[in-house]
Each structure stands twice: as C-alpha cells, then as structure tokens.
Write a protein that binds this ligand. Structure first.
Ligand code: FAD
Ligand code: NAD
Length: 480
C-alpha cells in the first residue's frame, strides 16, 4: 500500500519514540514496529536505506548506485500510522533532559536548520565510521567505502586514473603509478572491493585500452597474517589463492603507517622476525581498515558513567538497553552486544526491538484494561462479578506472557563474500553444522542470497537489470 497515512499531530496520550538512523538496524525496527502505538520520529542525514552488501559493486558500475537505495519515505509510507522523518544529523543527546539536538547538514537550509527533539524513548542506530587510527594522511588522501557517495567517488577516481595514465606522453613510471590501486584492509570490504576492481580491469578497461595490460595492478595490504580473518581456514586459503591467480598482490603482516598524496608507507614483518619499511606509489588508495565509533556516540558515552570502560560503542544489556540509561536503546554497529558489526546482527536487533516495543505497548493497554475492569468490579453494582473476574484473570495471564519477553538472541545464518572472477566464499550454518564452500557455484548462491535480501521488489528488479546490462554491454566507463 503506497498511500501514506495523513500527517497527524502527535497524540499526547502516546509516548514519543525517536529513532536515529536509516540503516540496517533502524529500518528493520521500523519495518516491524506497530507505529500506531507511539508518536514515531525518524532522524537521519540519509533519506534512504542502503543495501551495503552490494556497495562494492557500485564502485565499478557493475551495479548502479540507485539500485541499492530505497527511499525512507517510501518505506514509511507503508506504515499504518504516519511517521515523521527529519533529514538531519543528531549532534548530541542529552539523556537527562531527554532531548536530541539535530541540525540540517544538507546544501539547502531553511530559516531553521538546528533544533531539539524531545523523546520518551530513544533508539540509537547511527552505525559507525571508518577507522583511520589517526594515521597521518589517511583522511586527506584516501577514499573510504561506507556510503553511496564513497562508491561514486571511487568510480570517478578509477576512471580519472585511467584517463590520466592515457594522457599524451605520460612516462611508463607515471602510468604504473596511476594504475596502481592500493587497498588497505583485508577484511570483507577490502577483499570484495579489490576483487571488483580487478574484474573491472580484466573485463572492460583491458579491452578498451589494451596497452594498459601490463600496467594495471591491485595491491591489498593487511596487518594480520591473512585476509578475511573471520572466515574458516580453508576459505582463507582459497580466497588468497584466487586473489593471487587474478594477479592481486596480497601483502599480509603489513601495517600502513603513513599516507601522502602519492605514496603509502608500510611496515612489513619478515619471516625472520625483523621489520622492513616499504613505500608504494599509487594512483588510487581505498582505506577499508574497519570501524570506529561516531562522535555522537562518543559524546553520549562520555555523559554516562556506566559506559566509561566501553571502547567500541554503547555497551547494551541483553534487551539492547544502553547500560546506565533509562529509555535509551542502541542497535547495530554503534552498540556493543557481543556480536560482529554486521548487517545480519543489526537487522535481527531491529526486529527484536520492534517486538519488544510492540509488547511494551500491549502491556500498557492490557494493564489499563485490568485497572478499568477492577474498578468497575468495585464500584458498579450491576456488573457480572464472576465474568469480570474471569476476564481479569485471562488478561493477567496475557500480561505475564507479554512480560516474559526473552532477551535478544542472535542466530548466525553465515558469511558470504565475493572474491572476483565470478567466485565467492560462503561459511553457512546448516542444520546444526557449518558448510564452507568456495567457487563459481557459491557465486550463484551469493547472487541469489543477496537478491533475496534486497529491500524491495523494485531493488531486486534494478539489480538484476544492472547485472544483465554490465554482462551484455560491459560496464559504463564514462567519468561523470
Ligand atoms: P548503518 O547501516 O551504517 O546505518 C547508520 C544510519 O545512521 C545511516 O542511515 C546514517 O546516515 C545514520 N547516521 C549517521 N550519523 C547519524 C547521526 N549523527 N544522526 C542520525 N543518523 C545518523 N554486513 C553483512 O552482514 N553482510 C554483508 O555482506 C556486508 N557487506 C558490507 C559491505 C560494505 C561495503 C560495508 C561498508 C559494510 C558491509 N556490511 C555487511 C556491514 C553492514 O553494512 C553494517 O554492519 C550495517 O550497515 C550496520 O547497520 P547499522 O544500522 O548499525 O548502521
Ligand atoms: P574489518 O574490521 O573486518 O577489516 C579491516 C582490516 O583492516 C582488519 O583485518 C585489520 O587488520 C586491517 N587493518 C587495520 N588497520 C590497518 C593498517 N594500518 N594497515 C593494514 N591493515 C590494517 O573491516 P571491514 O572489512 O570494513 O568490515 C567491517 C564489518 O562489516 C565486519 O564486521 C565485516 O564482517 C562486515 N562486512 C561484511 C561483509 C560480508 O559479509 N561480505 C562485507 C563487508 C563488511
């Protein structure tokens, strides 16, 4: 149903539930939440949901960026009761006054671009930012891969490097530098991006500019002894050998220490135990070194004494309540609940909170009903006392069931990653065991799994269309 409920004034009899963010956690919560129970307000600088698993494919044009975006207004329009959305960034949360400060960070600003939003209940689902560890030059010179804008920037830069390398009279050394693409971080983001990049070169750029065949080069740098550390040993070995076959240079046990506009300085641990410093020149540098806590979350943590020992985000209890607060919940990458920062975890946490909030609203209405019935039993002589007492008993049982809400339990479905040349790896939970698989069949599984997880039928249609288009006509190499 695409007809949004008409905008209503906040109902003074309902609690105001403010949800920060429109990512995996918050959107999963909003999908399942019975919005008629609360005055719901959603605040996010991004007025769309982003299907991050296919973001690496947008950097090369295998998939067009709009195919993996779903407008939040379309999502909210399917809710029974209207939900307010403010495109704004939350700059601070005051848990004592129960208000969130927000500001409009977009290009066009109205007379009011900063204000406060009071809440009765708050859900923090603002995700994380990319970790730079304060390493010199990273912010200034590298591209991250977190948001749509990052993928667009990378796509533009790849083609800028290629066209600059093709500039008249460019020296072979400069062509080598411009076509050297360095990826820092051998987690799933770095591996999937490196794989997409090599595919782009092999399947498109090489055919269009054959003289670049021996110049294009991808290097993947990882501090740990292997890439994809969260996968099983067998799949790590398969991934590393597949990447090497594709001529991707993997430098493990290598820690980047400094970045300039043209060079990456790193320290490698040699088998002898000694350390060696290497300097690589590059044309494009993509930094995928993991997650860091957002300033908003750091600021909130500093206001709550119970959070003083938490480093990776807001420590939450088994009901996702932020430790040391009342009426504040956190989910996804910004919450520390003992799970990996993945979309899978965030989505399950969102669904859990929706159920919890639906139950809380039900509890309140049942409590109210019991109270009304009990008072009618005492004061109204005409009521059928036996019948009313029975109803109260039934309601109390219902209340007990609702109150016995189980704590959050994460169910791991498995991990998937694309590793290039139409191959993927999968560590999938199956019955009570685990299946580890890699190769072309796994790639088909990877595609169908992500397709089924896409947000909407529209997204699914667009993604299939993009896959067919790039396979049939090649990726679009125009630099926008
Ligand atoms: P996000 O989805 O990042 O959403 C955060 C939201 O908060 C955004 O809407 C943002 O705009 C908003 N926000 C930010 N700051 C503020 C603020 N100050 N005020 C209000 N709102 C704010 N996980 C998997 O399980 N499988 C995968 O295949 C996978 N692939 C990935 C590929 C890439 C390239 C990346 C980067 C991540 C991938 N992940 C994957 C991880 C997954 O995307 C994250 O774990 C997930 O997005 C976390 O969900 P979230 O809701 O916590 O945050
Ligand atoms: P990550 O934390 O998984 O990996 C980052 C890697 O960068 C680490 O292995 C780390 O050792 C390395 N690193 C950090 N600093 C470095 C330095 N200075 N020099 C060299 N290497 C350095 O980060 P990610 O890949 O962005 O993933 C973030 C989260 O998102 C993870 O939970 C991941 O599982 C999830 N994710 C999942 C998928 C998937 O399932 N296909 C895809 C992308 C992301």
């Amino acid at each position: 149903d695409r007809h949004p409920a008409p905008q209503q004034q906040p109902d003074p009899n309902k609690k105001t539930l403010v949800v920060l963010g429109t990512g995996w956690g918050s959107v999963s919560l909003l999908k399942k939440l019975d919005t008629e129970n609360y005055n719901v307000i959603v605040i996010s600088p991004r007025n769309f949901f982003l299907f991050t698993p296919l973001l690496p494919s947008c950097t090369t044009g295998t998939i067009e960026h709009r195919s993996i975006m779903e407008p939040i207004r379309a999502i909210l329009s399917r809710k029974k009761t209207s939900v307010q959305f403010f495109e704004a960034e939350a700059s601070s949360i005051d848990p004592d006054r129960k208000v969130v400060k927000i500001f409009d960070d977009s290009e066009i600003k109205g007379k009011i671009s900063e204000t406060e939003v009071p809440y009765d209940m708050l859900v923090v689902g603002v995700g994380s930012e990319t970790a730079t560890f304060g390493i010199q030059g990273v912010n200034e010179h590298s591209c991250f891969l977190k948001e749509i804008g990052d993928a667009q920037r990378i796509r533009k830069k790849i083609m800028d490097c290629v066209e600059t390398a093709a500039f008249k009279d460019q020296s072979p050394e400069e062509i080598d530098r411009l076509l050297h693409m360095v990826v820092v971080g051998g987690g799933p983001t770095g591996v999937e991006f490196a794989a997409e990049l090599q595919d782009f070169f092999e399947e498109d750029i090489k055919n269009l500019i054959p003289e670049f065949s021996h110049h294009f080069h991808v290097t993947l740098i990882e501090a740990l002894p292997n890439v994809l550390p969260s996968f099983s040993k067998q799949l790590i070995e398969y991934t590393e050998s597949t990447l090497k076959e594709q001529t991707i240079d993997i430098k493990t046990k290598t820690v980047v220490k400094k970045v300039t506009d043209r060079t990456v300085e790193a320290q490698c641990s040699l088998p002898s135990g000694s350390k060696e410093t290497i300097v690589l020149t590059y044309g494009l540098l993509v930094w995928a070194a993991g997650n860091a806590v957002r300033p908003l979350v750091k600021d909130l943590m500093s206001k709550i004494p119970a959070q003083k020992d938490s480093r990776r985000g807001l420590a939450v209890n088994e009901y996702l309540v932020v430790q040391g607060t009342r009426d504040v919940w956190a989910l996804g990458d910004c919450a520390v609940a003992g799970y990996a920062p993945t979309a899978q975890v965030a989505a399950q946490e969102g669904a859990f909170l929706a159920k919890l909030f639906n139950n809380m609203a039900k509890t309140e209405s049942v409590e109210e009903e019991i109270q009304n019935l009990s008072s009618s039993l005492n004061v109204k002589p005409g009521v059928n006392a036996a019948e009313t007492s029975q109803t109260i008993e039934q309601l109390e049982q219902q209340l007990k069931r609702v109150r016995d809400a189980k704590p959050f339990h994460y169910s791991h479905q498995g991990s998937l990653a694309y590793i290039g040349s139409e191959k993927a790896v999968a560590d999938v939970s199956w019955w009570n065991g685990n299946i580890a698989a890699g190769g072309k069949l796994t790639y088909l599984f990877w595609r169908s799994a992500y397709l089924s997880m896409c947000f909407s039928t529209r997204n699914r249609f667009l993604v299939i269309n993009d896959w067919l288009k790039s396979k049939t006509f090649g990726r679009d190499v125009s630099r926008e």
